[in-house]
Design a binder for this molecule. Structure first.
Ligand code: NAP
Length: 317
C-alpha cells in the first residue's frame, strides 16, 4: 500500500508543477478581461503623434481610426497617394470639428530598394511622436511555389516589405522618439504573425521576416533599457493570427476578427508591458494550443491547412 506521505509528496509535486500553468491562466484573464486600457498614457507632451505604416487598408487603416478618435494626431504611410487622400478625409470626419486633429502622410513602396528614410521623415522631424505601429507587410497570399522556384527579386521584396522597411524607419525615428520619451512613455509596436512560430510550408521567407522582427524587438528594447540609462522608448512584437482583411480571404469568425475588432484589441493591449503579446485573445489561445501539440503534429496539420488556403487564394474566395 502507498503510504500517506508518498501521496502527499505527489500532491505537492503536482501542485508545484501546475503553478506556472495557473499563473499563465491568471495572466490571461487579467490581460484580456480585466486590465484597463493604457492607451491614454501615450497621449502626452502637447501634440502627440502616432505613426502607422500600411495605413490605407486592413489592420493599419482600422488602427488609424481607433487612435485618431482617442486623441492622437497621425502620420500615416501608404503606397497609393490617391487612396491615402481618401483615407485622410474619412479620418478627419471621425472627430468633432472642435477637437480636430492633424493627419499627415508619406508615400513609399516598402518592397522597393533605395529609399532615403531621412528625407522621407524630414517633414515630421520636429513632431512629438509617442507611438509607432509598424504594420506594413504581408506574404502576397499563399502561392504554390517553393524557394527555388522564386526569382531572387521576389525574395528581396518580401524581406524589405516585412523586415527592412520597419527596421530602417525605426533607425531614423529613434532620436526623435527618445526626445518624446523625456515627458512620457513611448512605444514602438511591430505587427508580426503567428506564421513565424510555425513556419508553414510555402511561407518560409514571410515567416522568417516576421521572426526577424521578434528578435529585433528584444534587442532594441534591451538597447534602450539595459545598456546605459533607460531612454523610455519601449518595443513590442504583436503576434497576429488570422484577421479578415482584403489580403486575407478567410471569413470573420471566432478566431478571425475583422480589422476593426482587431484594431480595438491592439489598442486595448498597448502598453501592457510585454515584449511579445497576441492582441486578440483567441490568437493567444491558438499559440498556447500549438505550443502544447508538438512540432510534428503542428507541421502535419499546418501542411493540410496550407493546401486548403492555396486553393482558396487560387479561387480568389
Ligand atoms: N490579415 C491577416 O490575417 C494577418 C495575419 C498575420 C499577420 N498580418 C500582418 O498584418 C499586417 C497588415 O496586414 P493586412 O491584412 O491588414 O494587410 P492589407 O489589408 O493588405 O493592408 C496592408 C496595408 O499596407 C499597404 N501596403 C501593402 N503593400 C505595400 C507596399 N509594398 N508598400 C507600402 N504599403 C503597402 C496597403 O496599401 P494599399 O491600400 O495600397 O493596398 C495597406 O494600406 C501585415 O504586416 C501582415 O503581415 C496579417
Amino acid at each position: 500500500m502507498v503510504s500517506q506521505a508518498v501521496v502527499n509528496a505527489f500532491a505537492v509535486v503536482g501542485a508545484l508543477l501546475s503553478l506556472p500553468l495557473l499563473l499563465r491562466f491568471l495572466g490571461f484573464i487579467w490581460l484580456y478581461f480585466l486590465r484597463p486600457t493604457m492607451i491614454h498614457r501615450y497621449v502626452h507632451g502637447g501634440y502627440p503623434y502616432a505613426v502607422i505604416t500600411g495605413a490605407t487598408d486592413g489592420i493599419g487603416r482600422a488602427v488609424a481610426s481607433e487612435l485618431y478618435t482617442r486623441g492622437f494626431n497621425l502620420i500615416l504611410h501608404g503606397r497609393n497617394e490617391k487612396k491615402m487622400q481618401k483615407v485622410v478625409q474619412e479620418l478627419l470626419h471621425l472627430r468633432d470639428p472642435s477637437a480636430q486633429g492633424v493627419v499627415r502622410y508619406f508615400i513609399a513602396d516598402a518592397t522597393k530598394p533605395g529609399h532615403d528614410f531621412e528625407k522621407m521623415l524630414e517633414p515630421f522631424k520636429d513632431l512629438n511622436i509617442t507611438l509607432v505601429i509598424h504594420n506594413v507587410g504581408g506574404s502576397n497570399g499563399v502561392q504554390p511555389e517553393k524557394l527555388d522556384e522564386r526569382p531572387e527579386e521576389y525574395i528581396h521584396n518580401l524581406v524589405r516589405w516585412n523586415a527592412l522597411f520597419p527596421l530602417l524607419l525605426t533607425r531614423v525615428l529613434l532620436p526623435q522618439l527618445r526626445r518624446s520619451a523625456k515627458h512620457g512613455p513611448v512605444l514602438v509596436q511591430f505587427v508580426g504573425s503567428l506564421a513565424s512560430d510555425i513556419s508553414p510550408p510555402r511561407l518560409p521567407i514571410y515567416a522568417a521576416s516576421k521572426r526577424f522582427l521578434e528578435a529585433l524587438v528584444r534587442g532594441l528594447d534591451n538597447d534602450e533599457q539595459n545598456f546605459g540609462p533607460p531612454t523610455g522608448v519601449r518595443f513590442t512584437y504583436l503576434a497576429v493570427g488570422p484577421v479578415h482583411t482584403a489580403s486575407m480571404p478567410q471569413k470573420p469568425g471566432l478566431n478571425t476578427p475583422t480589422s476593426e475588432q482587431f484594431a480595438r484589441a491592439i489598442v486595448q493591449r498597448t502598453g501592457c508591458g510585454r515584449r511579445r503579446v497576441a492582441p486578440y485573445a483567441m490568437h493567444a489561445v491558438s499559440t498556447f494550443v500549438v505550443g502544447g501539440l508538438g512540432e510534428r503534429t503542428v507541421d502535419y496539420y499546418t501542411a493540410q491547412e496550407m493546401k486548403t488556403l492555396i486553393d482558396v487564394y487560387a479561387k480568389g474566395e
